[in-house]
Structures are given as structure tokens and as C-alpha cells.
Design a protein around this ligand. Structure first.
Ligand SMILES: Nc1ncnc2c1ncn2[C@@H]1O[C@H](COP(=O)(O)OP(=O)(O)OP(=O)(O)O)[C@@H](O)[C@H]1O
Ligand SMILES: [Mg+2]
Length: 228
């Protein structure tokens, strides 16, 4: 069974969450015969803006996840209900999360089957990702489950630098690492055109990289480690 609820998330801003979420949702939609919905949970509305021209193949809805108050016992509970409800009528739900959530993060780890974590392989991203992965592992203990599964997706990789050296630090988490997504202008242009890379630049490297990630997600083989 492919994961039904996929959150694209990291504490860190600008790691490529929206870019990965929109393109992954579209790739999954095409690969599964139109069974995916994209949820914009970020009030910055990047995914919703991407979808505005009506040129994405996926249905896109806004379900904003706000930061909870520290004293809230079940943070983001209403939001969790909305997401579960979407999952009853759509086989796959892909969620683009905002950066910087703290207390509401419990809602994300509670509802997700799989958390896709885009990272820019650098020391700065590494530290915030370490905290996020600790939270995911804690959530598995609380849920007494192997879920949420997670996969680290090295994104915006500049291949002039030593990939192996940059990625090796992520291996210590013991979590799956997907083949890397490179620094590709096609992603930025695809946003400008309101399209996903599969329609904007079919057959491009960017398209192939997203398809590889989608296949990994569908096969449940998110433990394919290393950069391509
Ligand atoms: N693989 C890539 N190649 C080239 N540019 C990229 C890539 N991934 C993301 N970008 C660019 O990096 C910037 C940030 O990407 P994006 O908005 O997807 O990040 P984010 O994590 O969603 O940010 P935020 O935390 O603000 O929500 C954008 O300008 C986007 O076009
Ligand atoms: Mg974003």
C-alpha cells in the first residue's frame, strides 16, 4: 500500500518544501491515474499560487496549519480532522507545510504516513533536520508504529561540490535518503508558468528526478540511499 498521507516538511525555511510538494503531488497523480490531492497548509500560499492558473493536473486545496499555543493538549486537532477527511475521498494526499512550526508539528507527525524532508545539504540545514527527525522518531514511539516513515530528499544540490561528503552527515540518522534533486532552473520556471516540471519540461532532468522520487514513494522503497 502506498502511503496515503504524505507531508512535505522541515523546520527550515526555503529548503524546497513547496517545490517538492507540488511536483511530487503532480508526479504521483499522473503515476497513479489521477488519485492525488495537493494541500497547501502554509499561509504563504506558495502551492496555491502555483495552482492559481489552473494548469496543475492535481486538485489543490488550502488547509492552513497555524502554530498552536504551548499549552494546547492536542495541537492542530481540527486540521488533522480535515486532512483525514480528504484522505477518505482521495487515495493520496500530499501536504505542503510551512516552515518554523513548533507546537503544531505534533499534528503533522500524528496524521502522516510518510514525511518527505527536503534538505539543502549544508551544516545549517543539518542541525534543524536533526531536531525534526528526533521528533518523528519520538512520534513513532508514541504511535507504537513504524509510521510516520520518512525520507530525506537532498534538494538544490550543486553538483560542482562534493555530493558524497555533504550527504554522509545525513546517514547518521539511520533514515532513508532519496537520490538527490539538483539545482535546476526548470523548477523555478515551472512555477512562473503555473505548471509542474512534467508539463513544463517533459523529459528534463528535473522531471526525471521528481519521477524517481514518486516511484520511490509508491514502491515504499524510500530506503534507497545516496545521490544519483
Ligand atoms: N531543485 C531546485 N532547483 C532550483 N531551485 C529550487 C529548487 N528547489 C527549490 N528551488 C527554489 O528555491 C526557492 C525556495 O523553494 P521553496 O519555496 O520550494 O522552498 P520552501 O521550503 O517551500 O520555502 P518556505 O520555507 O518559505 O515555505 C524558490 O525560489 C525555488 O524556486
Ligand atoms: Mg513553502
Amino acid at each position: 500500500m502506498p502511503p496515503a498521507i504524505i507531508a512535505v516538511c522541515n523546520f527550515k525555511g526555503g529548503a524546497g518544501k513547496s517545490t517538492v510538494a507540488v511536483n511530487l503531488a503532480c508526479a504521483l497523480h499522473r503515476a497513479t491515474g489521477e488519485g492525488c490531492v495537493l494541500v497547501d497548509a502554509d499561509r504563504q500560499a506558495t502551492a496555491a499560487t502555483w495552482a492559481k492558473a489552473g494548469r496543475l493536473p492535481v486538485k489543490t486545496v488550502a488547509r492552513i496549519l497555524h502554530e498552536a499555543k504551548p499549552e494546547e493538549r492536542y495541537p492542530g486537532m481540527l486540521w488533522v480532522t480535515h486532512i483525514k477527511s480528504l484522505a477518505t475521498s482521495n487515495p493520496i494526499v500530499v501536504i505542503d507545510l510551512p516552515p518554523g512550526l513548533q507546537y503544531s508539528m505534533a499534528a503533522v507527525t500524528t496524521v502522516s504516513d510518510l514525511i518527505v524532508i527536503p534538505v539543502n545539504p549544508s551544516g545549517i540545514d543539518f542541525h534543524s533536520t536533526a531536531g525534526f527527525i528526533a521528533l518523528i522518531q519520538k512520534s513513532r514511539e508514541l504511535r507504537r508504529s513504524v509510521r510516520p516513515a520518512c525520507v530525506i530528499v537532498p534538494n538544490r544540490l550543486d553538483r560542482r561540490t562534493t555530493i558524497a561528503q555533504k550527504l554522509s552527515m545525513y546517514e547518521q540518522f539511520g533514515e532513508p535518503i532519496a537520490p538527490a534533486i539538483g539545482m535546476r532552473t526548470a523548477f523555478a520556471y515551472a512555477f512562473d508558468h503555473g505548471q509542474w516540471v512534467g508539463d513544463y519540461a517533459p523529459g528534463s532532468t528535473a522531471h526525471r528526478e521528481i519521477e524517481t522520487l514518486a516511484r520511490l514513494v509508491l514502491d515504499g522503497t524510500t530506503n534507497t540511499s545516496g545521490a544519483s
